[in-house]
Design a protein around this ligand. Structure first.
Ligand SMILES: [Zn+2]
Length: 879
């Protein structure tokens, strides 16, 4: 699973997942209740000891029954958002003999339960289906039960989390086709435990079953599920039944089903033995022509990861589908991966950023998650840390090490931010309150960085051999983190408990103070390192790392181990000490506060190998206005890596008068010619503040007319607005019909500042259309709010209908920020009320009864409108 934006989880209210019931009701011998250990108390065993309380321990689900095979036959009632299903489940007792089968089945109508054509006794409480079998079975006996049921996802109360905003399991999107902007569709989302909304199963990650599914739909629909499409049969009533089968076992949360008028764009992966495998992309007709631009790297990724992991991609096929109103970023359902509609991008939009990281993330889960599955949600990092780290591996392979390091810096920041907001906990977290909490900056971001440190420590060859060992040992089974450690230990021969203890079973990260002391007589530099993290939360870390010393003879790498509260490393140098780079590979997940002379930072920019060292060189070597630092800024404007050039543009404001002309010439060139659109856009923004309007205007017009990147055009438009609003408005008019979310948001921003009454239609079309996505829709609503703050009451009143629409149909972030927008509209209305009051007073003073009456009417209208707006912020349940 890939959360779309992990740092935004801080805006998301804690969601309450539905807890499993602890009902004591039982039938026959059904006594193997699933009980969540809520509170285990350890009383003091000796007088005077404080009573200790262990609040929660999230144990791995006890296995009473092994699922073997799940066969589903389903059809849909679109008008009621219900699914009719028959589940035929083959199972056996796991170890102890049993005459019962307990299944998770959420909010269903159970119509019948049979075994060999005979009805079985069962009880059902909307959460668990408890079935009394016809006899006691041993672990050597298989049995098959058939359950007829109706799934009613819209008739349950639901929970959710930051990563997965709902746990409805089965989603009917625009099922009656009332919203013309949204293709009617059905899709599922199983993780964490929502598959049991659409079929009865044992809904836990340590369960695996093979699967087949018969999906009957109207012939116009395309279907998708896990495994291979075995047959597609037309029925006499105009429907069609597609039969999908997956012969390899996987966990119930990975079951997937999708239905809609999707187009299938075919692609292929060729295995090393020459056999071909389907890699198809399921998209809406409008995006058929862009599907390969969006997903086309997938076959290369499968090849790259298969080779790197020493484990060929295990599954039958790899299909990807894009759905509307998705509740997460993307989901790794085995061979049938779901993405939210933010990945819909035209080839021009792809110039401003692609979704290859997410594509890689979901694909990597097919080894970590789908092949070897975390045995409990506490062990979720076994899925998500690897998926997160795949993004690094793909960037490194496809875009180079600088891009990988740059993205990794963002991942580390994501961990620090969520840690600060939500607190730090062990990576393998046994005392979470709700399983959805596991989908946070620890399991993903921190876990990915930890794997990178392990790779750095044991070396590439041992790292990937260890992974291959882990996959081969645990394939098609659940695993816990000890199994990962053991797999690496077997390969490299070293006890790795120290590494796993501090990173997997402890909280926080190192905070290091690093300084250096020079002894010019002995020709040594002493590097002092102190660990400053809170030791009540975190351990004293053992950190093997490299320190690079640069002197007259060049570079010397020293491998050291930081392992105490304070360590001092005495390192020799020859001639003049040029620079010391701590953690030369820049791989530590640590907050490092370093004291170092400016000259060393300047040297570091030119001689540091890794992105982060060069970035620090630029940021910290240019603090004063000495010519060396000034030259560094000018040189960094031509750096080989785009983000350093972008940072250099920001630093260019520090250029002194004598360097500014050179800098301006370089930035001007970047504005038009840099291959990276973010750099071009940043250059345009810089020019706005550093060149007279008459000089920049033609540059902006040139970019608006010639640039292919929407983000560059948006930046040009925004800056042209500041220089020449009329011309910008004229240019914006021509961009109103672009089918790009970013471009529309850019036009919206301009209209937010300069729009006139006639521009309202644009907001209406854009906000009700289908092109605005996620944050861009939110940005457009914010622009609308600024826009109406400069319009008359009539238009504010007219706009209510748009806010009402967004409150109902708007995206996740739009709805989240609705209250702030309503508050702003309130201040606008309050100001208009003050004006109306003044008018009234003036008319009353003049005894102008007719106008006074009009003013009173207006005041009433304003009050009424405020009431309507404020009602938009009231929660559904409070109404
Ligand atoms: Zn994931």
């Amino acid at each position: 699973m890939k959360n779309s934006v992990i740092i935004f989880s801080l805006f998301i209210l804690a969601a309450c997942g539905s807890k499993k019931s602890n009902s004591n009701e039982s039938i026959g011998d059904v006594s193997n209740e699933k009980i969540q250990s809520d509170s285990i108390r350890f009383d003091g065993f000796q007088e005077g000891y404080l009573e200790q309380q262990r609040t929660v321990y999230q144990a791995t689900e006890t296995i009473y029954t092994d699922l073997i095979h799940t066969k589903l036959e389903v059809n849909f009632d679109w008008s009621k958002s219900r699914m009719n299903g028959i589940a035929t489940i083959t199972a056996k007792p796991h170890f102890y003999p049993s005459d019962s089968l307990i299944l998770d089945a959420k909010g269903m109508d159970i119509l019948s339960v049979q075994l060999d054509g005979n009805k079985l006794v069962y009880s059902y409480d909307s959460s668990y289906l408890k079935i009394k079998l016809n006899k006691v079975y041993t672990r050597k006996d298989k049995y098959t039960v058939t359950i007829a049921y109706v799934a009613k996802p819209d008739e349950r109360t639901t929970g959710g989390s930051a990563a997965i905003t709902s746990d409805k399991g089965l989603y009917f999107i625009n099922p009656k086709g009332e919203d013309k902007s949204k293709m009617p569709q059905i899709w599922t989302q199983g993780e964490t435990e929502a598959s049991s909304v659409w079929f009865p199963t044992i809904d836990a990650p340590n369960v695996k079953t093979t699967q087949e599914i018969y999906i009957t739909v109207q012939d116009k629909y395309t279907t998708l599920s896990n495994g291979k499409l075995i047959s597609s049969k037309k029925n006499t009533d105009g429907t069609r039944t597609d039969y999908w089968k997956q012969e390899l076992p996987h966990a119930p949360y990975l079951f997937m089903m999708g239905v809609g008028e999707f187009k299938v764009v075919k692609d292929t992966y060729t295995r090393p033995d020459g056999t071909k495998m389907d890699v198809n992309y399921f998209v809406e007709p409008e995006y058929e022509q862009y599907a390969k631009a969006i997903f086309g790297e997938t076959p290369n990724m499968i090849a790259h990861f298969s080779k790197l992991l020493g484990y060929e991609y295990a599954w039958d096929k790899y299909n990807q589908i894009v759905v509307r109103d998705y509740v997460s970023g993307a989901m790794e359902n085995t061979g049938a991966v779901v993405f939210g509609d933010y990945v819909y991008k035209t080839d021009r939009e792809l110039l401003d950023g692609n979704d290859q990281s997410t594509i890689a993330h979901e694909l990597f889960h097919h080894w970590f998650g789908d092949l070897v599955t975390c045995e409990s949600w506490s062990n979720l990092p076994l899925n998500e840390s690897f998926a997160n780290y795949s993004q690094y591996l793909w960037d490194e392979h496809r875009f180079g090490i600088d891009e990988a390091d740059y993205q990794a810096e963002g991942e580390a920041d994501g961990y620090y931010q969520t840690g600060q907001m939500q607190g730090y906990h062990n990576l393998i977290w046994f005392d979470y309150e709700d399983k959805e909490q596991m989908f946070d900056g620890h399991s993903y971001n921190k876990g990915g960085r930890i794997l990178h440190m392990l790779r750095n420590y044991i070396g590439d060859e041992a790292f990937f051999a260890g992974i291959s060992n882990y996959l081969n040992t645990n394939k098609f089974k659940p695993a816990e983190f000890h199994q990962l450690r053991i797999a690496f230990e077997e390969v490299c021969g070293e006890d790795l408990n120290w590494f796993f203890n501090q990173w997997f079973q402890a909280a926080g990260h190192p905070v290091l103070d690093v300084n250096q002391r020079l002894d010019e007589v002995k020709k040594t530099v002493t590097v002092n390192v102190s660990q400053k993290q809170n030791l009540e939360l975190s351990p004293i870390f053992k950190l093997p790392l490299e320190i690079a010393v640069f002197d007259d003879n060049g570079k010397h790498i020293h491998k050291v181990v930081v392992d105490a509260l304070t360590n001092s490393f005495v390192l020799p140098y020859a001639g003049t000490l040029k620079c010391v780079i701590f953690d030369y590979q820049q791989m530590l997940l640590a907050k490092v506060r370093e004291e170092k002379p400016t000259d060393q930072y300047i040297f570091q920019y030119y001689n540091g190998e890794r992105y982060h060292a060069r970035k620090d060189g630029l940021m910290l070597g240019t603090k004063n206005k000495e010519q060396k630092g000034q030259q560094l800024i000018l040189d960094a404007l031509n750096d080989k890596f785009w983000n350093i050039r972008l940072l250099a543009i920001e630093k260019a404001s520090k250029l002194t008068l004598e360097n500014r002309t050179k800098g301006l010439a370089l930035v001007k060139d970047l504005a038009s010619n840099d291959p990276n659109s973010a750099v071009r856009a940043a250059a345009l923004n810089y020019l706005a503040n550093n060149l007279p309007a008459t000089e920049v205007e033609p540059i902006y017009v040139d970019r608006i007319e010639k640039d292919q990147s929407y983000s560059v055009i948006s930046a040009a438009l925004k800056n042209l607005g500041k220089a020449n609003p009329d011309k910008a408005m004229e240019k914006a008019k021509k961009l109103e019909s672009e089918k790009s979310s970013k471009m529309l948001a850019g036009v919206g921003q301009l209209y937010g500042s300069y729009g006139k009454k006639e521009n309202y239609a644009f907001f209406e079309t854009a906000l009700k259309g289908k092109y605005l996505q996620g944050f861009d829709q939110l940005s457009m609503m914010n622009s609308l709010t600024y826009y109406i703050s400069r319009q008359d009451f009539e238009l504010v009143s007219q706009s209510y209908e748009l806010y009402e629409y967004l409150n109902k149909e708007g995206g996740y972030y739009t709805q989240m920020f609705m209250p702030q927008n309503v508050e702003y509209v309130n201040t606008v209305l309050d100001a208009q009320m003050e004006e109306a009051k003044e008018e009234l007073a003036a008319h009353e003073k003049n005894n102008d009864a007719l106008y006074a009456d009009q003013a009173r009417k207006k005041m009433k209208s304003i009050t009424d409108l405020k009431v309507k707006f404020n009602a938009l912020t009231v929660e559904e349940g409070e109404k």
